[in-house]
Design a protein around this ligand. Sequence first.
Ligand code: ADP
Ligand code: MG
Length: 589
Amino acid sequence: MIDEVEDRRNQSHYNRRVNIYKQQQQHLPLEPYTHTYTVCTADLNHFVDPTNTSMALAFDEYGRPFIILREQESKSRLRGIDAQKANIAAGVAVSRILRTSLGPKGMDKMLQSPDGDITITNDGATILEQMDVDNQIGKLMVELSRSQDYEIGDGTTGVVVMAGALLEQAEKLLERGIHPIRVAEGFEISSRIAVDHLEKIAHKFDFSATNIEPLVQTCMTTLSSKIVNRCKRSLAEIAVKSVMAVADLERKDVNLDLIKVEGKVGGKLEDTELIYGIIVDKDMSHPQMPKQIEDAKIAILTCPFEPPKPKTKHKVDIDTVEKFQTLRKQEQKYFDDMVQKCKDVGATLVICQWGFDDEANHLLMHRNLPAVRWVGGVELELIAIATGGRIVPRFQELTPEKLGKAGLVREKAFGTTKDRMLYIEHCANSKAVTVFIRGGNKMMIEETKRSIHDALCVARNLIRNNSIVYGGGAAEISCSIAVEAAADKYPGVEQYAIRAFADALDSVPMALAENSGLSPIETLSAVKAQQIKENNHCCGIDCNDTGTNDMREQNVFETLIGKQQQILLATQVVKMILKIDDVISPSEY
Ligand code: ADP
Ligand code: MG
């Protein structure tokens, strides 16, 4: 209904504008409008350029000023090479933003949401996701980063930098008069060469449940470019251990849903821990209940510890002390029966969705049955799944089989506040683990969550496929050399595109060097020369100034599938952009 009224109102407003516009076209020349400037508000004056005849200022019947644009001029259409150039410029603009965030010395971005929330991040996918990109080609770049995030989880900045570099190269080729289709084909050929080459230079390594060092090293490379790189060793270990805890090594499969990442403001990043179980943001209902329960048998209840309440139609008259005493006894018996029922089935902990009043609370404490109250439905389900228990809706239905089992349930206090959390560890059925992040403020915790996500994805990718390539731009430089060499074998125009692709591959190490304060061209050419001379594909950019640019010594590894995916996805998007030769935007009134 309200929508309808709103619609009608908009419609009439629209009609009014159109009428004024028509009037103006028929009778009023645009020039005399200059005299209206004395009337209109000061703000609008600088918007309307008196020499611009496609724009005019008009007033509606309430005297409110608005601007009229001539319709033809507000429509835009780009064709052929202009369309391609405009699209390339848009794509390159987006990738330029991310370029400075690449690598261990990359900068972070601070993004403010419309309602004032602040995000500080280094993660390409997050930056693009939160940026308000209006341009359609810009949105393709956002999609590109997102698909890398979905499929691989890491390398979201690199993929956009790579796509931007390819677009820049494509523009040069188009200017030289090479047809976009030939460029696209050349890029396709080159991407296949690069992906095959990566396969050749990749290393396999062995790991087992006891030897997780290679996994940790690779996760550390991922974390080294994040804000949290101060604690990259401990965070990488946490990520690898949690992935190993839920991994099915035989099927080479990891269900990341079993890893919950929780955060609580306070403490320091070093306090971040891995919990083999789950945590719930609740505490024991009575301060004197035991804080630690071993081999807990948990009753998970959705029924309240309360005597049934009389419905509104009933009336209870209490006019003598005896009657009150009877009622009180009755109530106490109810509580007693409930507690007894829980004790009878062998529960040593009660987790309740509802609250219970002081009477019940006191009784529970007295009968030595620890309890937790006001646990949310979602958490209740999680506890049930993890401990292998059943959610029980009525006391009568409580049986020993329905109890959940956990090796240790403990309450932990934080800082000087009354903040307490319940740790439910060594659960019976599930392999679920929780990464519990501590940090100085909310932004830090959010960024740590994103960084841990990247590290978890990398560990999972390594379990799926244990091949690695060397990071720090070493893999890109090696591919660039291979692609460049292959270019000569192609007799057609494609060879220009293939060489251009090789140049674009160099842009990743160049960006790494630039961001680390090195001179990009000199550093790149030195490393490239070294790779060719020593036939060593491990030479990369020494971002941290460690004195060696051998990435094997620096332990800078990246996953093979991540790198391959980056090249494939970037090429795909660039091909798509090159094939657009007509851009018709809707006319904006
Ligand atoms: P992405 O979002 O693409 O993962 P990052 O900001 O994480 O972007 O940067 C990743 C790049 O930084 C990779 O090319 C990786 O090889 C490089 N890198 C990471 N750690 C190091 C290091 N210690 N030395 C040199 N290069 C590094
Ligand atoms: Mg990364």
